[in-house]
Design a protein around this ligand. Structure first.
Ligand code: MG
Length: 467
């Protein structure tokens, strides 16, 4: 069957991949699935956010849902509120880290976590076969505007409960926050101010053109943040993605630390106090997480890439921590979803208690080298490219949890996997030595390009034959 949902909800360019009437029908499909009920609706700053929110609202109301529209909010604050205030479900309009022209729809279950795959499939079945349960005119849903202020205040109070706020407050940290001109500006600066921090922001005005940088925080677009951290003498900098669930940290010397290293620091600190606990992480994460967890008798459980897999596995195993290499930290005691503001609170807490600068704490973690690449590949070829890759690597030590992960030894690996949201393959690689890493990446890249070539040629040949 055709799919609507990708790795993290539905992603599209309005007017190209989906039109407004498709969005109305998605609303009707989601509303039919939830059989009416109370829905908390929110969105990030994207230019199409309002029109998508209105279209999906119409669809939801047509099936009898009451829609509580909170407007601009981060994904984690919406997820937390769905659970905390007993909504039947939530809908977040966001394309997270994708470029500005994209938008997306994340459907949140009553437990505040994205719905599981089987439920996505049922919604797709309703959508593609138009099995909508529409209400008559008497029973259509109601639409309520909610003030996001109160919701954000409650959310921040809940975050702060998990750290030693008095110790953090005494430190009077200086923090530079880069929310990418989107909704992260509504939560993290507020949290930091309550915690007595001196707060500087860059890209701190709400703007759906994302004039400061693309919504995905990457080392190559965080130079401005790094410079500001150093020149202002800040203790650290933090960059969010478009919906505020990811946090990438920059130490006081201006070094960008990727998510699995800041995640490993949080794992180290948490497991020191709670030894033997379980950490959930996707196969794309650094082995540094496993090394750190093992030091404290903990274990690591690997999942497919995508926050929903981490969240659902955490719930299944009652695991307190999840980590993603892209800057997603899932802190179960608060809520088992990735949350950039909660992650910032945890880092502030660690800095306050350890009394050492972030660069020093990071330097104590085992050292690995990593590289990531994007290789363009049309969506319709991805499955066949994977088949070719599986065949080409069948005599190697491989893991098929998600894409193809090749282990060269215990400390070096490469993962080749199709993106669920963009027409690309992603290559992730890690090694304990730089030249080994280059070698691995070059091999993986040419293997992938050969596979794409082979499949493209076959595809062209088949097209010619059927014409
Ligand atoms: Mg995100």
């Amino acid at each position: 069957m055709k799919r609507l949902f990708g790795t993290n909800g539905i992603r599209f360019i309005l007017g190209e991949d989906l039109n407004v009437d498709d969005i109305v029908r998605i609303g009707m499909a989601v509303g039919t699935f939830f059989k009416g009920g109370r829905c908390l609706l929110g969105r990030d700053i994207r230019k199409t956010g309002e029109i998508v929110a209105q279209a999906i609202t119409s669809g939801l109301m047509a099936t009898g849902c009451n829609v509580y529209d909170v407007g601009l909010i981060t994904t984690p604050a919406l997820q937390f509120t769905v659970k905390a205030q007993g909504f039947d479900f939530g809908v977040m309009i966001t394309a997270s880290h994708n470029p500005p022209e994209y938008n997306g729809i994340k459907v949140i279950d009553h437990d505040g976590v994205e719905i599981e795959r089987s439920k996505e499939e049922r919604i797709e079945d309703i959508y593609f076969h138009e099995k909508f349960a529409l209400s008559n005119w008497r029973n259509v849903g109601r639409h309520y505007y909610c003030n996001n202020e109160g919701i954000i205040e409650e959310y921040i109070k809940a975050v702060i409960r998990h750290i030693d706020a008095d110790v953090v407050k005494r430190k009077k940290f200086t923090v530079v926050i880069d929310p990418a001109n989107s909704v992260g500006i509504l939560t993290t600066p507020r949290l930091a101010k309550i915690l007595n921090c001196r707060v500087l922001t860059i890209n701190g005005n709400l703007d759906g053109d994302f004039p400061g940088r693309e919504p995905e925080p990457r080392p190559d677009n965080l130079e401005g943040l790094a410079t500001t951290v150093v020149s202002s003498g800040a203790d650290f900098g933090v960059a969010h993605d478009g919906d505020g669930d990811r946090a990438i940290f920059i130490d006081e010397k201006g070094n960008v630390h990727w998510g699995d290293r800041s995640g490993a620091l949080i794992v180290e600190y948490y497991l020191r106090e709670h030894p033997g606990e379980t950490v959930v992480t996707p196969v794309s994460s650094s082995v540094v997480i496993e090394e750190v967890a093992r030091r404290h008798g903990g274990r690591v459980v690997y999942t497919k890439v995508g926050s929903i897999h981490v969240s659902r596995k955490m719930l299944e195993l009652k695991a307190p921590l999840g980590v993603e290499e892209n800057g997603g930290v899932f802190f179960g005691p608060h809520h088992p979803v990735r949350d950039g503001t909660m992650t910032t609170a945890l880092i502030l807490n660690i800095l306050a208690k350890e009394e050492e600068p972030l660069s020093k704490l990071m330097a104590r973690l085992p050292k690995y080298y990593q590289m990531k690449l994007r290789v363009p590949c049309p969506n319709e070829l991805k499955e066949n490219v994977l088949k070719v890759l599986r065949e080409a690597t069948k005599d190697m030590k491989v893991d098929h949890t998600d894409g193809v992960k090749i282990w060269y030894d215990r400390r070096s690996w490469v993962l080749i996997r199709p993106s669920g949201t963009e027409p690309i393959f992603r290559i992730y690689a890690e090694a304990d030595d730089k030249s080994k890493l280059n070698n691995i990446v070059n091999k993986a890249k040419s293997m992938l390009e050969d596979a794409i070539d082979e499949v493209t040629k076959k595809d062209r040949f088949n097209t010619l034959r059927t014409e």
